[in-house]
Design a binder for this molecule. Structure first.
Ligand SMILES: [Zn+2]
Length: 199
C-alpha cells in the first residue's frame, strides 16, 4: 500500500463527511467535519513519517510488518475507537450542547464506518479498548485481491459527486479552490496511473 493510497482516501473521507454533515447557513461546521474526517488517519501519517523518513525503514517492511506492530496498532486504534468517539459525542451533545463538537464526533464515526466497510486485513480494532474484534470486510479500498480495482474508481466517483454537491455550500475562495485542486489531483493521478500501467 503506497502512501498515495492513504492520502487519497483521507481526502475522500474529508469531502464526503463535509458534504454529509453540511448544514444550510452554517458553513462554520465544515471545519469541524473536516477535523473529524482527517483525525483518524493522522496517526498513519505520523507512522509514515517516523518509519520512512526518520528510521528509514524499507517500504516493504513498512507495510508488511512495521504497520502491524502492536505499539503502532494501538496508536492507530486510539483514533479509530468507536467507544471513545461515542464518549466525545456524548460530551458534545449532552454535556456541552456543542454543535461543533457533535459534528466533529459524527465525522469521526463516519470515517470509522467507511473504514469498517473497506478494509480487508488492515482494519482497526473498532471497539478498542473494549474488544479486539476486527471486521474483515470482503472488499478493500486498495487491495486488488479484494475488489480494490472496482472500489477505488467508485470511491473517486462518489467523491466527485459529493464535491459537486458541496461546492455551492462553500463560502470562502480558499475552500472552493482547495476542493477543485483536490479533485483535479486525485482524478489526474488516477488517470496517469492507468496510462502508465497500460504501457
Ligand atoms: Zn481511516
Amino acid at each position: 500500500m503506497p502512501i498515495a493510497d492513504i492520502t487519497m482516501v483521507t481526502h475522500s473521507h474529508a469531502i464526503l463527511n463535509i458534504a454529509l454533515l453540511s448544514k444550510r447557513g452554517k458553513p462554520f461546521l465544515h471545519f469541524y467535519a473536516l477535523l473529524g474526517a482527517v483525525l483518524p488517519d493522522v496517526p498513519m501519517f505520523v507512522f509514515f513519517i517516523v518509519e520512512s523518513m526518520i528510521r528509514k525503514t524499507p517500504q516493504r517492511e513498512l507495510w508488511g510488518s512495521r504497520y502491524f506492530m502492536e505499539a503502532w496498532q494501538t496508536f492507530f486504534d486510539l483514533f479509530n475507537a468507536v467507544p471513545l468517539i461515542l464518549i466525545v459525542l456524548g460530551i458534545g451533545y449532552y454535556l456541552l450542547n456543542s454543535e461543533r463538537l457533535t459534528v466533529f464526533a459524527w465525522s469521526m464515526l463516519l470515517h470509522c464506518g467507511f473504514d469498517f466497510l473497506t478494509h480487508h486485513d488492515d482494519g482497526h480494532h473498532h471497539f478498542f479498548p473494549l474488544s479486539d474484534f476486527v471486521f474483515e470486510s470482503p472488499i478493500s479500498y486498495w487491495d486488488r485481491d479484494h475488489y480494490g480495482g472496482i472500489v477505488a474508481p467508485i470511491e473517486r466517483l462518489v467523491t466527485l459527486v459529493a464535491s459537486i454537491y458541496l461546492f455551492p455550500r462553500l463560502k470562502t475562495r480558499l475552500a472552493r479552490w482547495s476542493l477543485i485542486a483536490i479533485n483535479v489531483l486525485s482524478l489526474g493521478s488516477y488517470l496517469l496511473f492507468f496510462l502508465f500501467r497500460s504501457r
